[in-house]
Design a protein around this ligand. Structure first.
Ligand code: S3P
Length: 198
């Protein structure tokens, strides 16, 4: 595992590629990506409150539009249909400002979606190792991808598959052994810094 407990935060060159171009990158929003159970929604809500921003949860928006739960979408229409709904929301997000965007765990693992988020948001990935994730999600039942008896193996496999994509975020924060409040505090600092607000 490349991300260690000691390495709580690592930085990506936020303005790196964009420095070669005339236009600097626009950071109007903050997007949280990362695996299921890493605390994206709870952290995002704290940040939205602290910044006075709107809070948007892509899964909640999908459920609201479909009128059914994520589990029902997976069950009745399949994962591909769910990913299509996710893709539509990603496109819409580009028109948002002052929004904290909490994404479903698969959204930020899609390279095109991640690049799209980066056009308008600082993208932070909340990280936790497979054991910590398992401890956090084991008593929850609303995640179709973790509903089988082999959930623990599934977490390990999916995390491995997704890790390289997650690591393309601007900021990577390890959430293990830290409170949601602490993670939010650190993100707030980085977001203000990226926007040039002191
Ligand atoms: C998914 C994560 C879930 C939800 C869906 C698929 C994934 O969101 O979007 O069940 O592919 O990792 P959370 O990360 O909020 O649990």
């Amino acid at each position: 595992m490349v991300v260690t407990r000691e390495k709580f935060v690592s930085y990506r060159p936020i303005f790196g590629w964009f420095c070669c171009m005339a236009e600097p990158r626009q950071i109007r929003n903050l997007a949280l990506i990362g695996f299921m159970g890493t605390g994206k929604s709870s952290t995002g809500q704290i940040l939205a409150h602290q910044l006075g921003f709107r809070f948007l949860d892509t899964d909640a928006l999908i459920e609201e539009r479909a009128g059914v739960s994520i589990s029902e979408i997976f069950e009745k229409s399949g994962e591909a249909a769910f990913r299509e709904l996710e893709g539509r929301i990603v496109e819409e997000l580009a028109s948002h400002s002052e929004t904290i965007i909490s994404t479903g765990g698969g959204l930020g693992a899609n390279e095109a979606h991640l690049e799209s988020l980066k056009t308008h948001a600082l993208v932070a990935c909340l990280w936790a190792g497979p054991e910590a994730i398992w401890q956090r999600v084991r008593h929850q039942s609303h995640r179709p991808l973790l509903s089988g008896p082999d959930a623990q193996d599934r977490i390990r496999e999916m995390l491995k598959q997704r890790e390289s994509a997650y690591r393309r975020a601007d900021i990577l924060i390890n959430t293990e052994m830290r409170s949601v409040k602490d993670v939010a505090q650190q993100l707030l600092y980085h977001f203000q810094e990226a926007r040039g607000v002191s």
